[in-house]
Design a binder for this molecule. Structure first.
Ligand code: NDP
Ligand code: MG
Length: 386
């Protein structure tokens, strides 16, 4: 029985992971779970699994909750999350926290010598090199959950790292794949949240529309698989059936194909290195009417080119890219700025000097903080002009 600790249990990844545990109760058991603010949902989920290791990070125990919630939540705040991980007897931590807040828990899990099933791509984008070093030192595995990276990971495991010439990650193209450039600056938050193929949290859905998600994934692929950005390509594949390809040195392309359901890569990470039959509908090839692959619209969606250029420069540039985008997206959600202000702000932040590779996690958090401050300043300028 594999014991699984789920961070971000109330989110899209977290609830899919809980569904897997429920459907494979002979193989997996829930060791604990966390959420940020949604205490009520978290307590309900915990009760349905009979689990008492519960953490809420967004509040403290002195905040006004009903007795039912206060009695049930065992850990509170950032420190509480650390203790949940430290005290856990789990075999693997699934990190489904959204955003940069996921980095510290990833570090704690690896420090506690736990394997890490990693949906939180920000961990790798911000700190890939140091996190991988920590995992190697403590003999832990980092198993990617992001569907593209899960696909590449399993293909590389099979064909060998030395056989790989390049990686091709697929992109759905998002809701604005065909929208003319001149209309992009007028899209609303609601338009942005209508993803054509994947059902995901708010932040990643907006990132999918701006292609920032693909940008983050290019960086994630470079860091996870030690490949320079020039050997990581993106192809727009609106059907989201091929999750990625590797091209081997003999020129052959190998693909991983499955329906667009995150329970596939989550199960793969939790079960690795075993293959466990899932309860999902297998892909019916007779219904595959179309599979298309196109060049991304780099000129119209600048977040992708900005990510490539950050990945080519240094880790600090990728930290700044992620931080600036997070701050800009939060401001777009509050409807303070427009959709095309997101790349504008990120570009402005990246114009600063971010040279130098961080040697400690503290340096990473410092760079993140500085980039957020700069992004906040550029947002104020936009608001002042409006
Ligand atoms: P959601 O927004 O659906 O869920 C986020 C989870 O993280 C919630 O449980 C939330 O708690 C918790 N959380 C939010 N902020 C904090 C914080 N500051 N500290 C601790 N916990 C926090 O996100 P997704 O599930 O969509 O995405 C999670 C991660 O997985 C992201 O990094 C995303 O890029 C990645 N990913 C997601 C995919 C998907 O299909 N959804 C696909 C591939 C990668 P609460 O509910 O209480 O706010
Ligand atoms: Mg992905």
């Amino acid at each position: 029985m594999k014991k699984i600790l789920i961070l971000g249990a109330t989110g899209s990844i977290g609830t899919s992971a809980l569904d897997i545990i429920k459907n494979h109760s002979d193989l997996f058991t829930l060791a604990g779970l966390s959420a940020h603010k949604n205490a009520e949902k978290l307590c309900k989920l915990a009760a349905s699994f009979n689990c008492t290791e519960i953490c809420i990070t967004g509040f403290s125990s002195s905040d006004g909750f009903s007795a039912g919630i206060k009695e049930n939540v065992k850990y509170w705040g950032e420190e509480g999350l650390k203790n949940l991980i430290k005290n856990s007897d789990c075999d693997i931590v699934l990190n489904g926290i959204a955003g940069a807040a996921g980095l510290l828990p990833s570090i704690t899990a690896l420090e506690c010598k736990k394997d890490l099933a990693l949906a939180n791509k920000e961990t790798i984008v911000m700190a890939g090199l140091l996190v991988k070093k920590l995992a190697a030192k403590n003999g832990c595995r980092i198993l990617p959950v992001d569907s593209e990276h899960s696909a590449v990971f399993s293909l590389i495991e099979r064909y060998g790292k030395d056989s790989v010439d390049s990686i091709v990650i697929t992109a759905s193209g998002g809701p604005f794949r065909k929208l003319p450039k001149e209309k992009l600056e007028f899209v609303t938050l609601q338009d942005t949240l209508k993803h054509p193929t994947w059902d995901m949290g708010q932040k990643i859905t907006i990132d999918s529309a701006s292609l920032a998600n693909k940008g983050l994934e290019v960086i994630e692929a470079c860091r996870l698989f030690d490949v320079p950005a020039e050997r990581v390509h993106v192809t727009v594949h609106p059907q989201s059936l091929v999750h990625s390809f590797i091209r081997t040195k003999d020129g052959v392309l190998y693909a991983q194909i499955s329906p667009p359901d995150m329970r596939h890569p989550i199960l793969q990470a939790l079960a690795w290195p075993n293959f466990i039959p899932n309860n999902l509908e297998p892909l019916d090839l007779s219904k595959l009417v179309e599979m298309s692959f196109d060049r991304p619209r780099f000129e119209d969606f600048p977040m992708l080119s900005l990510a490539y250029s950050a990945a080519e420069k240094s880790q600090k540039y990728t930290i700044a890219y992620n931080a600036a985008n997070e701050v800009a997206v939060a401001s777009f959600i509050k409807q303070e700025i427009g959709f095309m202000d997101i790349p504008k702000i990120t570009g402005q932040v990246l114009e600063n000097d971010w040279t130098g590779e961080p040697e400690t996690f503290d340096e990473i958090f410092d760079a993140d903080k500085l980039a957020r401050k700069l992004a906040g300043g550029y947002i104020l300028q936009i608001k002042d002009k409006a």
